[in-house]
Design a protein around this ligand. Structure first.
Ligand code: F6P
Length: 354
């Protein structure tokens, strides 16, 4: 018989469509299936640094939030309790305030915590677990760069948003006979660029995992010209590594603009650039992300009921199971340059600028 009576939920790091699906599923299953009380921890772990911010999450709080993007709990990608920045006597000091976190959780009557977050949040969760907190992790990032899970919720929605943008840019590129560069998110991985490039019918995809040269990019533009295709769509991942010929350019401007400038200078073609930015993090989650988020929420609560802690739920072979958080963090899932998706893209004539 589980001695759990009250659990808490926090969302940390960059937001992602589907967070509310996880929160809703965890609250509903905790209350309906296990009759537990649920506490919402606002803004990552801030709600345990200032326990007065925490609040009881009821079925009413999660009613109607499934189609909503963002997180009803709020989030932050600052505020690591083990390296907490504070100012004392006008000086910035860094303190380990994790004992306060544990004490405040006990004061609030919290028996176990579900941490929904990316690599950073899961690393904090692991350290809190090693300090005795009963904690379960749920992976989250639009970048899909967490290695322990086949996919993270939020990616499908970001991919759909980016693909929709590529579709829209097609028509203006063709009408104006231009080279159009579209910069997408993805931090240091190229998943959003690769898949939105393939799905959106891009002609060139630039990702961190494959080194490109501006010359090769312009060669592909010229080849299309030769075949009477007077427009080219270039999808660029924000994390691309600049080739030697661009090293003199400072990364003060979005990399999409830098790539656009370099193509314009070398090809003498008319180039326009769109940096998609935070629309990829926003908006209503796709059905896929709602279902994956819901499955993860229920699985996290079931792990707590089984008395299993220090684990992160994940998708493997289409099934939701769990992995040690220690195994899940610190290993970024990058695009395999020899992998099936890249080979598929090459087979249909997409260039990676290499
Ligand atoms: O990890 C998600 C993400 O949106 C990345 O794609 C992007 O590089 C980063 O977060 C932006 O972080 P911030 O919200 O701190 O600007």
């Amino acid at each position: 018989m589980s001695d759990i009576r009250c659990i808490a939920i926090s969302t940390g790091g960059g937001d992602a469509p589907g967070l509310n699906a996880v929160i809703r599923a965890a609250v509903k299953s905790a209350i309906l299936k296990y009759k537990w009380k649920v506490i919402g921890i606002p803004d990552g772990f801030d709600g345990l640094i200032w326990p007065e911010k925490a609040f009881e999450l009821t079925l009413k709080h999660v009613s109607g939030i499934l189609p909503r993007g963002g997180t009803i709990l709020g989030t932050t990608n600052r505020g690591n309790p083990f390296q907490y920045k504070t100012t004392e006597n006008g000086k910035e000091v860094i303190r380990d305030i994790s004992p306060d976190i544990l004490a405040n959780a006990a004061k609030l009557g919290i028996d176990a915590v579900i941490t929904i977050g990316g690599d950073g949040s899961q690393t904090i969760a692991l350290e809190l677990f090693q300090k005795g907190m009963k904690i379960v992790g749920v992976p989250k990032t639009i970048d899909n760069d967490l290695s322990a899970t086949e996919v993270t919720f939020g990616f499908d929605t970001a991919l759909t948003t980016a693909t929709d943008a590529v579709d829209k840019i097609h028509t203006t590129a063709e009408s104006h006979h231009r080279v159009m560069v579209i910069e997408v998110m993805g931090r240091d991985a190229g998943w959003i660029a690769l898949e939105a490039g393939i799905a959106g019918g891009a002609h060139i995809i630039l990702i961190p995992e494959i080194a490109f040269t501006v010359q090769k990019v312009c060669d592909h533009v010229a080849t299309r010209e030769k075949y009477g295709k007077h427009f080219t769509i270039v999808v660029v991942a924000e994390g691309v590594h600049l080739p030697p010929e661009m090293k003199h350019m400072t990364r003060a401007i979005p990399v999409g603009n830098m790539v656009g400038d370099a193509i314009m200078l070398l090809s003498k073609r008319e180039v326009r650039v769109s940096v998609l930015g935070y629309i990829q993090r926003g908006g209503s989650p796709s059905p896929y992300d709602r279902i994956l988020g819901t499955r993860f929420g229920v699985a996290a609560v079931d792990l707590i009921a089984q008395g299993v802690f220090g684990k992160m739920v994940r998708l493997r072979n289409e099934c939701v199971d769990a992995v040690d958080i220690a195994e899940a963090i610190g290993k970024m899932k990058s695009v395999d340059p020899q992998g099936e998706l890249v080979r598929t893209a090459r087979a249909i004539g997409i260039s990676f600028g290499d």
